[in-house]
Design a protein around this ligand. Structure first.
Ligand SMILES: Cc1ncc(C[n+]2csc(CCOP(=O)(O)OP(=O)(O)O)c2C)c(N)n1
Length: 448
């Protein structure tokens, strides 16, 4: 199912017009007539791809290019003539074209995935509004990318996850509770991160989800390293690493892929290609199509939860059984603004966004699939939405009332053991607050 890497597919392409033959400088440099004759001959008989026997006969001996063969044709490769295809199982109408590709998950599992996709969407609506009202400082929605839930279903709970910031659906599916989400966004005393990071920077040791950090792409080489450690420990698990198309431009992405490929790390790189990195469209982000590094790669329809599920499942098998990294590029569209600090109408039309909302939505697709099997109906939809809204608002109200972590937590965990100078700084802060209590909202803080 997985296609070969970019270079393998480049080799399958018919030979294209060669820049060297038409370059006027090359002609004059080599003195003209001989090369002109050769050129005329080449043009008279169109070049065809060399046979596999010829390739084997002319295989190069340099250690750095093991699968190459000698050719007398000077051909600059500029990319693929044909783009990498996008794997799809279920179309916009929720119909599966090839039944052999239907993952045939049980009704219970399919409905669970659907419920979590809808819950994620409802949570986004509520938390986005909460930010607009100044009740939390920041938020990022996952609108249009809810299919990441399908990738979570394809993993084992012991597989280790590294995320960027738009993977709340993965956490939700793993069992992160509404209270956990709200505690983190509110920085209250139930936040396992002790209120130190911005909202949506979730993490959970119990759920094997490494804590998110803001600097883009730093988690990618870390994921490769964690996968290497899993392999060395003889664990039958893999690492899943999510990131955006923009993050893939960071040096860390390139270092990570090369490490993972050379050290044979059981890691899945899951790129959410949603067309934008804040205001930067993909046309300004990259010029190629596909990835090298000798990594198994596949492009999937990111709005098709079954394509995402199947590809992740297969990638997991490759990663854990063959100890090879795999890259999944999930094509989608970022329907929401980049974050609450962004107004995306400044760089793309509202109409384009509206069109996407209606034209192609991962939740609607799955709903149609479920309805076609009589696994879901109008009433269940209404009940789910009412119930989840109620639960979300209750979790939200409870989180808002909670105290913040104790002041001392600001100083703990900087190092494993608190050094002298930090202890002094903490004492100074306490004295300052004692002198000017009216300026510090200490009543909002937990005692310890
Ligand atoms: C190293 C680094 N550079 C820049 C930023 C600022 N920044 C935050 S998100 C973002 C865009 C990321 O886009 P993408 O990876 O495509 O993910 P998406 O937001 O589309 O899901 C940028 C540039 C950052 N956080 N870290």
């Amino acid at each position: 199912m997985l296609r070969a890497t970019r270079w393998a597919s480049v080799l399958r392409q018919p030979i294209r017009p060669r820049l060297g033959r038409f370059h006027p400088g090359a002609r004059s440099l080599t003195g003209g007539s001989r090369i002109d004759q050769k050129q005329a001959a080449a043009e008279a008989t169109p070049a065809s791809a060399p046979s596999s026997e010829e390739k084997a006969r002319r295989r190069v001996h340099f250690p750095g290019a093991r699968n190459s063969y000698f050719t007398d044709q000077m051909d600059f490769i500029s990319g693929l003539d044909e783009a990498i295809p996008t794997y799809q199982v279920m179309d916009n109408e929720g119909k599966v074209a090839d039944p052999s590709q239907d993952p045939n998950l049980s009704q219970e599992t399919a409905v669970k995935i659907y419920r979590n996709m809808v819950t994620l969407n409802l949570m986004d609506v509520i938390m986005y509004e909460a930010q607009r009202q100044g009740r939390i400082s920041f938020y990022m929605t996952t609108y249009g990318e809810e299919s990441t839930v399908g990738s979570a279903e394809a993993l084992d709970p012991q597989d280790v996850i590294f995320g960027q910031y738009r993977e709340a659906g993965v956490l939700l599916h793993r069992g992160y509770t509404l209270r956990d989400f709200m505690a983190q966004c509110y920085s209250n005393r139930h936040d396992s991160g002790k209120g130190r990071q911005m909202p949506v920077h979730y993490g959970s040791r119990e759920l094997n989800f490494h804590t998110i950090s803001s600097p883009l792409a730093t988690q990618i080489p870390q994921a490769a390293g964690a996968a290497y450690a899993l392999k060395r420990a003889g664990r039958p698990h893999c690492v899943m690493c999510y990131f955006g198309d923009g993050a893939a431009s960071e040096g860390d992405f390139h270092a990570a892929l090369n490490f993972a490929a050379t050290l044979k790390c059981p890691v899945i790189f899951f790129c959410r290609n949603n067309g934008f990195a804040i205001s930067t469209p993909v046309e300004e982000q990259y010029k190629g199509d596909g990835i090298g590094y000798g990594v198994h790669s596949i492009r999937v329809d990111g709005n098709d939860v079954w394509a995402v599920y199947n590809a992740t499942k297969q990638a997991r098998e490759l990663a854990t059984q063959q100890h090879v990294p795999v890259l999944i590029e999930a094509m989608t569209y970022r329907v929401g603004h980049h974050s609450t600090s962004d107004d995306s109408s400044a760089y793309r039309s509202k109409k384009e966004v509206e069109d996407w909302k209606h034209k192609d939505n991962p939740i609607t697709r799955l709903r149609k699939y479920l309805e076609a099997r009589d696994w879901w109906n109008e009433q269940q939809e209404a009940d789910l939405r009412t119930e989840m809204r109620k639960q979300l608002l209750a979790a939200f109200a409870a989180a808002e009332k909670e105290k913040k972590p104790a002041l001392s937590e600001l100083f703990t965990d900087v190092y494993d053991k608190s050094p002298q100078h930090l202890q002094e700084q903490e004492r100074e802060l306490h004295e300052l607050i004692k002198r000017y209590p009216e300026y510090y909202p200490v009543d909002d803080l937990a005692d310890k």
